[in-house]
Design a protein. Sequence first.
Length: 530
Amino acid sequence: MTHLLPLALLVIVVAVLLQLRGLVGTLATMLVILLSVIAAMGTAGWFGVPLTGPLMSAPTIIMTLAVADCVHILTNWMQGLRRGREKGPAMAESLRINLAPIFLTSVTTAIGFLTLNFSEAPPFGHLGTVSAVGVMIAFALSVTFLPALATLLPSLVRERRQHNHWMPRLADWVIRRRDRLLIGMGAALLALVALVPMNEINDVFVHYFDERIRFRTDTDFIADNLTGIYFIDYSPDSGEKGGVASPVYQRQIEALADWLRTRPEVVHVNTITDIFKRLNRNLHGDADAWYRLPEQRDLAAQYLLLYEMSLPYGLDLNNQIDIDKRATRLTATLHTLSTREMLAFERRVYDWMARNTPDILTYGASPTVMFSHIGMRNIRSMLGGTVIALVLISLLLMMALKSRRYGLVSLIPNLAPAGMAFGAWALIDGEIGLGVSVVTAMTLGIVVDDTVHFLSKYLRARREQGLDAAQAVRYAFETVGVALWVTSIALIGGFLVLATSSFGLNAAMGLLVSIAARQGSAKREAGSPR
């Protein structure tokens, strides 16, 4: 928070200032952004949403997304001023042509973020809900507060005949090379999507924190020099009260502990059977030959009573044996493992117990095991959420564009960025963790913005002005091209700022979303003439 928010705000201010080239529009945009963040986080406070690592990226995300609405309205407003219109009529025209696209993009973005509630990790659900609330608040402020403030403040925009002279040239360049661009971007899409299977679902939870966080450096030191911080607990049940003293039960626990000690993942095994063997040796003159489990149940029960009575005042064995002395706790301390390695180890232990110690068969439990399963389940849950978001966004686009054809065609530039981004991720990192797994749902709502604004201007030119396809493309480039460039730069810059986070979930999410945003911009331009 100490460096991400100021840096993100600086990136946005520079992008907006370069586009609007005026303090009035920049000031109004900054106020909308800040009020949206304050209102969203305040709403989270009223509903008791806890502040967690993933949620703390919400202000940066809201700031990045809120700028898009403001830039579209102010860009068309300033175009009207440069043509000689008064501030009021120019703003009214800007709202007329932008209200529907901005509302649609806000709703689709909110839908994308709300699907994060399908995540098995509640903090990601909180992130999605708060971000969706912030996006809708930004929309409300953009169409009410922003126009009022912009028209009240003095404007320094001067009338001029030519503007955005480079956009028509870009449009002509794209139209002339539409076949090569379409083939080239299609080939790039297929090549990157083909790399997606190279990604592996994996996480190393300690690596969520980089070396700037003291917890990470301390943990690495402990793992390298002392013991591991990962562990897995087993609580084998003897099936009877007082069964922990049963020789049969103890031999099975010992067999499990001995086998675990041979595993390369295991650093140390802590079990009550070691105490029984040590007591048996102590009570036989410390002879090593007696370092074994007692053979009689009553003798083992007496050892257990002797040991418990000898503990310091206030201590007992409840951290290792339950109150009925029916089950004991076996703890295996592990090296730092990834999600995939942890789940594989858990499965190997369970299969070994099923074959060799079926009477005490049980599952392991620990925070590491829990989060490993959450990571895997999160992928499946987010796939379902992404499908729902895709269906809802597709229906909205068809209704808003009043065309089933263009609604279906828009799915290509909307889905392609996520596929290309994950293909590029296979070359950059290759591991899809808890944070990266939510990116598809997020980007599906975000990259729709460019598509909706471009298609809405294109269809307006075709329907209202009767232009042909090429002329309509030129009109779309002239009216919304610069705004799309600015919003794309703000999006990429804002999420790249998030990629500098010391928290791995936020950093990976920010980097991958910025890649998807860039791919979305490129696909829009390459596919627009078709």
